[in-house]
Design a protein around this ligand. Structure first.
Ligand code: SAM
Ligand code: SF4
Length: 572
């Protein structure tokens, strides 16, 4: 049962498991991917040939508790389409956004065509990612505008737009003139540019189109200029306002924004609709107070704000009770967590407390910032076998000169001290990282130092990106930009080098046996896939008929740069 009194403050509800009941639907085929790192817009797990990821079907996603009597409800038959770009934090934000809408009585649909509300949760970390959103919005451009004129229709106009329709007409120059006799069906020259007209055009489509997340925060109301058919712009720092913004749209308001970053609140919802039946994401810290000179996150996600430890632990307990066995704590700098409650738990203490929740078999956390990574985190991993033996510790560059220009707050040597802490741990810890190549001023020597760092650390995986100049960031004005072609050359060299490191690392594991959480099934008989505690992808054979969601023991028989191949030898 949902306790309405707690809305927006805690998760004090009977959180229904939306997925994982029965055999989950397989609806996303993974394709062979770039073996190490990529320059795509976000981090996604490595891809495997011929396997399928497990996601909730739309039907399963929609099977949620509706918070009876909690605020307004959507009209009968209201539907939404939600597409997410970017990182795991965006994925998880979308799970919460979906929860907000499902709680209001909306049903999720698979295509924008079938939806009443179309939402894009966007990423602006690199330029390519931001561009993608505008190309999606272009696809939604109303036919009237594409054909060079807008047509006033009576469609499903809200009260405000109806009033505007009665007041707008157009003079001989095509300029809007306020009159009382505008009629539905009236053709409107495309260059007509009047706020009331825009409201009519938006309403005429009959759909609510919204841009959420980092592009929304970065571009703000400019989005309305570039795509007047958009009616909602809400940045990730303002998600707590989302229910209110949606209510305003439902009431007929045609343009609403949530662009505030001045907040100390985190985005908590009464329902989170989770996509993965076994692994639950939990944001424990939002925003970022670091000021890396290339990065838009502090502008788009606002200041760092942590969630109270008691609220986090309560949610973990509820997740365990509803069958989730793996939790992943999320934050742009997850280990900078600062408990705002009287308990003042350190990040490592919180990790231990999460690991001690009954039923939790795996605890992951990402992304750690090297500055706040200390011995206490390694010790807590050593002390709790269910804290996964994997740390993602982005370095960005192997050159102290470039790290300084990036304002990363550590030198190459200081970073290597953190690596040494992990290498000295009592059980092997898998280490992965992010790298940027072609930062302004990066010399061939700096780049060589980055390659040498790969050799020294022997990472298990690297996400490598070409530097992308971003608005408002200090590095935008830095001298000595590296040409695109040269960035591409460096990226290719780095990826080749790392691919060989991974191949060698993985080959050392042949003959060993690992616990695997099974999360994929091939179309071929007897072929399964899953993840080890170190987050390696394991493709394996087993004659068993049903393994999804199970923990099994798999012996490695061969290795590739991006995955292991094994055979099941028992249950875990
Ligand atoms: N907070 C994390 C950290 O400090 O490492 C990283 C978060 S960011 C969303 C993910 C990665 O995107 C970064 O580690 C960095 O490698 C990459 N990135 C961020 N800004 C970039 C830019 N302007 N150009 C290229 N890559 C960028
Ligand atoms: Fe961006 Fe740096 Fe913050 Fe990471 S730590 S989100 S790279 S500003």
């Amino acid at each position: 049962m949902i306790n309405c009194k707690t809305m927006g403050k805690s998760f004090d509800i009977g959180l229904e498991r939306l997925t994982g009941t029965g055999v989950p639907a397989i609806d996303a085929i993974q394709e062979g991917g770039v073996p190490v790192g990529n320059d795509a817009q976000g981090k996604k797990p490595p891809l495997q040939d011929g396997f399928a990821t497990i996601r909730a079907s739309t039907e399963q996603k929609n099977r949620t508790l509706k918070p009876e009597g909690c605020g307004t409800q959507a009209a009968e038959g209201a539907t939404f389409y939600l597409e997410t770009f970017g990182c795991q934090m965006n994925d998880h934000d979308s799970e919460k956004v979906a929860g907000v809408l499902l709680g209001r009585g909306y049903q999720q649909v698979e295509t924008p065509e079938a939806a009443k509300v179309i939402l894009y949760n966007t990423c602006s970390i690199r330029e390519k990612a931001a561009q993608k959103v505008f190309s999606r919005l272009g696809e939604l451009r109303p036919a009237e505008e594409r054909s060079g004129e807008w047509r006033v229709t009576s469609g499903e106009l809200g009260a405000e737009a109806r009033e505007a329709q009665a007041r707008v007409s157009f003079g001989s120059q095509g300029k809007p003139v306020l009159q009382k006799n505008a009629q539905p069906g009236m053709a409107v020259p495309r260059e007509a540019n009047h706020p009331s007209l825009r409201k009519i055009v938006n309403a005429a489509g009959g759909k609510i189109i919204g841009v959420l997340g980092c592009v929304a925060q970065q571009e703000g109301e400019e989005i309305f200029e570039r795509a007047p058919w958009v009616s909602l712009v809400c940045g990730s720092a303002s998600y707590r306002k989302l229910p209110q913004l949606i209510a305003e749209l439902e009431a007929g308001n045609r343009r609403v924004t949530g662009l505030d970053t001045d907040t100390d609140e985190t985005f908590e919802t009464e329902i989170t609709r989770r996509d993965n039946p076994w692994r639950a994401y939990l944001t424990i810290i939002e925003g970022c107070d670091k000021a890396c000179s290339y990065c838009v996150v502090p502008f788009t996600r606002g200041p760092e704000r942590s969630r109270a430890s008691a609220s986090i632990l309560e949610e973990v307990r509820r997740l365990a009770e509803s069958g989730y066995s793996e939790v992943q704590l999320l934050g742009q700098t997850v280990n900078s967590y600062a408990d705002p409650s009287m308990r003042k738990m350190r990040f490592s203490e919180l990790l231990a407390a999460v690991a001690e929740v009954s039923g939790i078999r795996r605890v992951r956390f990402t992304t750690s910032h090297p500055r706040d990574f200390g011995k206490d985190i390694v010790e807590v991993i050593e002390a709790h076998p269910n804290i996964c033996d994997h740390v993602h510790l982005p370095v960005q560059s192997g050159s102290t000169t470039v790290l300084r220009a990036m304002a990363r707050t550590y030198s190459r040597e200081e970073y290597l001290e953190k690596i040494a802490l992990m290498k000295a741990a009592r059980r092997p810890i898998s280490i992965t990282t992010d790298m940027i190549v072609g930062f302004p001023g990066e010399t061939e020597k700096d780049f060589e130092e980055t390659l040498a760092l790969l050799d020294e650390v022997q990472y298990d995986s690297v996400f490598a990106f070409k530097y992308s100049p971003r608005p408002n960031t200090p590095s935008l004005k830095m001298a000595d930009a590296i040409p695109e072609e040269e960035k591409g050359r460096r990226l290719a060299i780095l990826m080749d080098r790392q691919r060989e490191i991974q191949r060698a690392q993985n080959e050392k594991l042949v003959g060993e046996t690992f616990e695997v959480l099974v999360d994929g099934k091939s179309r071929r008989d007897n072929q399964w896939s899953g993840h080890t505690s170190s987050n390696r992808v394991m493709n394996f054979t087993s004659p068993e008929r049903e393994l999804l969601g199970d923990y099994v023991q798999v012996k490695v028989v061969s290795a590739m740069p991006n995955s292991l191949v094994g055979e099941m030898v028992g249950r875990a």
